[in-house]
Design a protein around this ligand. Structure first.
Ligand code: C2E
Ligand code: MG
Ligand code: MG
Ligand code: MG
Length: 285
């Protein structure tokens, strides 16, 4: 009897796998078509200086809404594009669009763009990235690339070579989601980063939980010593912002300062914020 039940479970299980694979293939096809039809979009989330609440740049975040499948999270479709081997064409479309939009912003604002781990294993990535932004006309010194620790770990030599080439061209490198995954502090010393983005997991508990506060405090102090800039991710309310300011955190990002928004909304946001702060600064001076 137990044998029969076991076999039944295997049947159910393999049906689930088959269904999962079918859905992935359906997603893959829809995504490939969306890339060709230019239907994958980029949204932008402001990154602010916590010294004066001024916008200093935006992070580009991929957005895709399929007519049949509905909204699909980039946390789902980016890994799918990596697995199925077309992350390059997805990323190229996204970076081109993001760079073209960044040209419409004040020149002192940077564009932060996420690189996937597969791209950090491909020696052509630096050449590809630089030629995409060159064609768009974006100064490499306005570009930051966000990479994760997992990506750096997979093939550290190739990743280091890519990063060295990009930094030589003036591109800056951020370590994204810091504190999650298999963090190694040694990597902060050996790998050339410009910036560290403290993961939302710490920020979201910073008001409630002393341990998270101490961890963020230690990260900030360590980064100061290592001459790395720090961005706190996922700031959702006033008290989190205040706490981070009091800890001396340089930059912040999160719903409290602005949700990711399309390029038109982003321009409107800039027209308001940028004008206002500029006017306030000159009135004060
Ligand atoms: P990430 O790079 O760590 O991006 C931050 C994520 O946190 C974004 O989710 C953003 O919308 C969300 N977020 C920002 N502020 C807040 C907040 O205050 N509260 C909360 N709860 N969430 C906040 P999103 O857009 O869903 O992206 C998820 C992940 O997908 C990104 O994490 C990144 O790893 C990846 N991704 C997104 N766009 C791209 C892309 O163009 N290329 C690559 N390779 N990966 C991308
Ligand atoms: Mg990111
Ligand atoms: Mg992040
Ligand atoms: Mg994240």
């Amino acid at each position: 009897r137990s044998k029969r039940r076991g076999r039944g479970q295997i049947t159910v299980y393999s049906q689930e796998i088959a269904q999962e694979m079918k859905r992935a293939t359906q997603l893959e096809q829809a995504l490939r078509n969306a890339i060709i039809a230019d239907e994958v979009d980029v949204h932008f989330q402001p990154i602010v200086s916590l010294k004066n609440d001024m916008v200093v740049g935006f992070e580009a975040l991929a957005r895709w809404c399929d007519p049949d499948l509905g909204y699909v999270s980039p946390a789902v479709f980016v890994p799918l594009a990596e697995e199925r081997g077309f992350i390059d064409s997805l990323s190229e479309t996204l970076l081109r669009k993001a760079a073209e939009t960044a040209l419409l912003w004040p020149k002192e604002l940077f564009l932060s763009f996420n690189l996937s781990s597969a791209q950090l294993m491909d020696p052509m990535t630096s050449t590809n990235v630089l030629s995409i932004i060159q064609r768009a006309g974006l100064d490499p010194r306005r570009l930051e690339l966000e990479i994760t620790e997992t990506a750096v770990m997979t093939d550290a030599d190739v990743a280091q070579k890519i990063v060295t080439e990009l930094r030589a061209a003036g591109v800056r490198i951020s370590l994204d989601d810091f504190g999650t995954g298999q963090s190694s502090l040694g990597r902060l010393r050996d790998f050339s980063f410009d910036k560290v983005k403290v993961d939302r997991a710490f920020v979201s508990r910073i008001s409630a939980d002393r341990a998270s506060e101490h961890i963020v405090k230690a990260i900030i102090s360590m980064c100061e010593g290592l001459n790395l800039e720090v961005v706190a991710e996922g700031i959702e309310d006033f008290s989190e912002a205040m706490k981070l300011k009091s800890l001396g955190c340089g930059m912040g990002q999160g719903y409290f300062y602005g949700k990711p928004a399309d390029s038109v909304t982003t321009l409107r946001y800039l027209a308001e914020k940028y004008h206002d702060t500029g006017a306030a600064a000159s009135a004060a001076g």
